[in-house]
Design a protein around this ligand. Structure first.
Ligand code: SF4
Ligand code: SF4
Length: 260
């Protein structure tokens, strides 16, 4: 009788242990499932936020949208002086525009230490368009040097300071926000702004080089013109030079006689 009772106790204990183990296993399993679910939820959250970010990026318009409006000319009418850089002079020598531009080139004093080359209108009494850039055709509202305009103009209205891009000024430019901005066009605008920034740096303090370039061009053109002169024209020039030399020597003699 005692032996049987003992057996029953052992079986009961084992059963309890097994139940406990089973509960424990179940609990562990549930924990594992919870963890998996949480991981899945986290993954979904990350995916959702990435999708939202992408969507916002796609919806958000590019910050710089610009397409110049044909016939606007607001900036050309506003700029009385257009800065000119070494790269502009070099390009104009290459494409043959320098002769056209030369009459409008002027030296502007920035401060007591530096000067700048600018395109500036020579104000004349009969000038019907005394304001704005000298190359601007007010009547037809176009730039007379459209295909080789200064880098200052082709970069406008985007500017670059070596680190970031920004709007060149706060003046109204109707081209801002106009039309669509393709990736290629944005890159072109950026590279023009960079070129403008680099030109500013490379032109500082090298005005003598600019002079050299311009004078070299003028001399080359004069030489070409001389070579194309007819024999008759050359004789006339020689006669004029000889006459002027004779007059100068006569003047010299008269003044030395007076001094005696
Ligand atoms: S050079 Fe041409 S684009 Fe530049 S301001 Fe003058 S007219 Fe306008
Ligand atoms: S750059 Fe702007 S202000 Fe200048 S002509 Fe174009 S739209 Fe007009």
């Amino acid at each position: 009788m005692f032996e049987n009772e003992e057996n029953v106790d052992v079986t009961e204990e084992r059963r309890e242990q097994e139940e406990k183990q089973e509960e424990k296993n179940q609990e562990q399993q549930e924990n594992q499932q919870d963890k998996e679910e949480m991981k899945q939820e986290e993954k979904q959250e990350v995916k959702k936020s990435e999708e939202e970010k992408q969507e916002t990026k796609e919806k958000k318009p590019p910050r710089f949208v610009f397409n110049c409006i044909k016939g606007c000319g607001k900036c050309c009418e506003r700029w009385d002086e257009v800065p000119v850089y070494i790269s502009d002079i070099q390009r104009w020598i290459r494409d043959g525009s320098l002769n056209y531009v030369l009459p409008f080139l002027q030296i502007k004093e920035i401060n007591q230490f530096s000067v700048q080359l600018v395109l500036k209108r020579n104000k004349e009494e009969n000038d019907t368009n005394p304001s704005g850039c000298p190359l601007y055709d007010h009547e037809n509202k176009i730039c007379n040097l459209y295909y080789s305009m200064p880098i200052h103009c082709s970069a406008y209205p985007l500017a670059f300071n070596g680190q970031k891009y920004f709007l060149a000024d706060k003046e109204e430019c109707p081209g801002l926000g106009n039309g669509k901005m393709t990736k290629e066009w944005l890159n072109t605008c950026k590279s023009r702004a960079q070129e403008h920034f680099n030109s500013q740096g490379s032109t500082m303090g090298v005005l003598s080089i600019l002079y050299g370039l311009i004078l070299g061009h003028i001399m080359k053109k004069s030489q070409e013109a001389m070579e194309q002169l007819s024999e008759e024209d050359r004789k006339k020039i020689d006669e004029l030079l000889a006459k002027s030399k004779g007059e100068k020597e006569e003047e010299k003699d008269t003044s030395s006689e007076k001094n005696e």
